[in-house]
Every structure is written in C-alpha cells, then in structure tokens.
Design a protein around this ligand. Sequence first.
Ligand code: NDP
Length: 486
Amino acid sequence: MAATDTPRTRITWDYAPAPESPDHVRLRDSYGLFIGGEFVDPRDGKRVPSINPATEEPVAEVAFAGEADVEAAVEAARAAQHAWAKLPGRERAKYVFRIARLIQERSRELAIVESLDGGKPIRESRDVDIPLAAAHFFHYAGWADKLAYGVGGRSAVPYGVVGQVVPWNFPLLMAAWKLAPALACGNTAVLKPAETTPLSALLLAEICQEAEVPAGVVNIVTGDGSTGAALVRSDVDKVAFTGSTAVGKDIQAALAGRGVGLTLELGGKSANIVFEDAAIDQAVEGIVQGIFFNQGHVCCAGSRLLIQESVADDVTKKLWDRMRLLRVGDPLDKNTDVGAINSAEQLERIEELVEAGVQEGAVRRSIACDVPERGWWFPPTIFTEVAPAHRIAVEEIFGPVVSVLTFRTQAEAIEKANNSPYGLAAGIWTDKGSKAFEVAAALKAGVIWQNTYNKFDPTAAFGGYKESGFGREGGAAGLRPYLRVT
Ligand code: NDP
C-alpha cells in the first residue's frame, strides 16, 4: 500500500519490548523454613512449588510449615526475645538499618523476584514496592531509640513474640510494614507470607542473615492458610494480620478471651470522588492509578468511582480513552502497566463478580488487549450504570475493575461514599481546598487522598475503620500496635 493510502489517523505508535532480564537473580531451587537464623527442613518434609502467574511455571520450591514447625519458630522467637528487647534501642536500630541498606543493595533482584512470583509489573516492584520496603526499615530504625517520644512520653514495653500474617498483593512491602516496627520496638517475630508469593520474604530471610540479625529475632514460615491459622493458635503475644475481612473475623474470634494483642488490616471498597470543579485530566490519571495499579490487587484501591453528574460523561469518556492505552502483559516488560492476576483462584473471583455486574444490569466495557496464552489475565474494565446495591458496588473485587456511580450534591457524595461496610481509604478530586477538608472530615475512611491516589509513605499512618480493620501501620502510630503502653 502506498504511504499516502494510510490515513494519518491510522498511524500507530508502539513500543519495542523492554524486558528486564532475570539472569542475575540467584534463587535456590528449594527453600526451607527460616527458623532460629537458619533455613531448616519442614518436620514432615512437605514442599510445594511457587508458581509464576504470568507463565504458570514454577519459580522455586518452598517448604510447607505444619503445626510443629510453627511451634518451633515461635519457640525460637521466644528464646531470642529477652536479649533483643534488652539491647539498647540504638543497637537494635543498627540491625534494622542494615536490613534497609541490604534491601537497597539487592533491590534489582528483589524487584524481579517480586514480579516473577506475584505477576506485578516490574515498573511497580522496582519503583514502589522495593524502595518503600527499604524506606520502612529506615524509618523504624530511626524510632528504635526514641520509643518514648512515639508514645507521648509514657513508658512502653514490647509485646514479646508477634505472629504476622501477610497477603500476596505486596509481599515484601507488607513484610516490611510488619517486621520493621515490631523489631524496632523490641519484639521478635514469626512471619507467614502468602502461599502464592513466598519468595521475596525468603530473600528477606537471607538479608537478615547477612545483616547478622541475632538468631530467632526474625523467623519465616511458608505455607498456606492452615499455617497462618496454626500461628494464630500458637503461643504468640500478639497477632498482626493483613488480608481478607472474612479471615480477619475468624482470627478475631480465635483470639477472643486469650489476652493476645491484635491488629487487622482488611479489605476495602474505597470511594474515589470527583467533583465538577476538579482538574479533570489530572483526575483521570489519578483514577487510573487508583484502580489499575497492581492489577487492582490493592486493599485501598479506588474501586468505587463517584463522579458528579455534571461531568460524569466527560470523565468516563476521558477515562475510557486513557484505559485503552494501558498495556497489559509480561510483568517483566518495563512498558507493562497491568501485569498478571496473582492466581487462578483470584481470577475466578474477579470473573464471578464481573459476571454478576452484567447480570444485575450494569454496563461493562473491557479494553481489547492481546495477552499471552498461558498465565492468568484480566483486561482493565469499567462498569457504568451501576446501582449502589449491585454486588460490584458493594463487594471487594480485588482486580482491575472500576464501578462508576454518580452524585449531584456534596452531601450525596458523602452519603454514598460512607455507604459501605468498609472504611479503608478515599480520594477527593476538587480545586477547592475548603471543600476537600469538609468532605474529608465527613468521610469514615482511614486514609484520604486529595487530588492524588495510592500514595504511600513510611511516615504516614495507614489503617481502616469498620470492616476494614483496626490498628495503624506507618509513622509513630505504627509503633503502638507493637508496644504495651502504661
Ligand atoms: P486471605 O485473607 O485468605 O489471605 C491473607 C493471608 O492470610 C495469607 O497469608 C493466607 O495464607 C492467610 N490465611 C488464610 N487463611 C487463614 C487463617 N484461617 N488463619 C490465618 N491466616 C490465614 O486472602 P486471600 O488470599 O484468600 O484473598 C481473598 C480476598 O481477600 C481477596 O479477593 C481480597 O478481597 C482480600 N484481600 C485483601 C488484602 C488486603 O490487603 N486487605 C490482601 C489480600 C486479599 P495463604 O495465602 O497461604 O492462603
């Protein structure tokens, strides 16, 4: 075809693939449990592969901890706790600081492993997960000798041994959110990573060895929900859990009456509210960041988009135009915006809820994208004509799916935003500062962003209201869950 036959509007710009090479990553074929400063075999010898969700191929094999392994890890943590708590804060700080430095040194490797094991785009693991994980250890290294200042001058002692259970959406970052404050406060820990994403936590175990963290201070037991449940039942002094509301409720019931401390960071169905006076193009970028970041596997994702009626058509049109530019595919490609869905089970959950949305009468649009034949994928999707009672407006989808609702007045926006059993986060898009403050004060959500979304910082507290849980992580507030204050 002659060049002149191609209408100018049909010129397409494409990217050449830009894959990050995994060649220098030094994963072992098989990992034991990290107990008492060593990698040890599980007592019953059971091991399972960890699967790359973009290829369905195993990445490495990990041990599966049973009840006796969990008990051994808790005993190791118990044996180490007194001496760890007795260290002067400035000495504990050195270890926590070393962990942070080693995360930085191994950041490229950690980012690749996080993307291989969990399916998230390398751009996000490289620029968000790993730097923020290091930043959390740096931040809490700074608190270790200033604990009294963090609790208003009152006296505080560590809980003792803490059991920590983390999910698969931000594996290393969630481990950092849990371990950094626990260690700084003088606790020892047993951490259980998620079944589908155990590898970065095991690299963190190697980092603890390199940092010469005393044996037993950090213990990592891989396994599934039954390992987490065994940890909750064990002789720990405190449990810190991030994950689904359903499991959070079970844990709360299991701990009732035992005098064991508990913090829960659970699910959400967060409202991202766009007022008519907002900078619309900027808001569209924020909406994309709010829901498509990490395939929407984000507890605080802006999954309920509330748009003022007068600008709803404009915003949804611009959002759709922007969504169509998102690149879905190989998580290791630096151009990828949306990677693989973390597991076949999670993909099934997303598909089930999306089907329910269609059945209930909402209008679905999903972008066209070529995805690899193997692996688990879901295209970025928008639902319009959504009613507040639809399941897609109420339940956490935990995938790249946004449900659009509209409102006419500020009061209606607040009412709709608060009409949720959850209360984790919210976004407010407006040019009027006073309106942002007024709305923020009326919203029942733990974190509220103004004219931005999904921004995290180790100095800022994060946590929920209602069925999104209780307790805070991050900043000085993040010390409290790891200290008994008198
Ligand atoms: P879960 O709550 O089941 O998993 C979170 C962590 O808890 C994992 O390490 C899991 O282990 C462990 N676990 C599972 N059952 C128990 C138990 N009875 N006692 C102690 N620990 C347990 O989340 P899912 O992975 O099943 O995801 C389901 C839904 O949860 C998602 O669709 C999403 O809505 C929500 N979710 C919310 C997250 C958040 O950040 N708030 C994070 C992850 C999920 P294992 O993985 O090995 O089963």
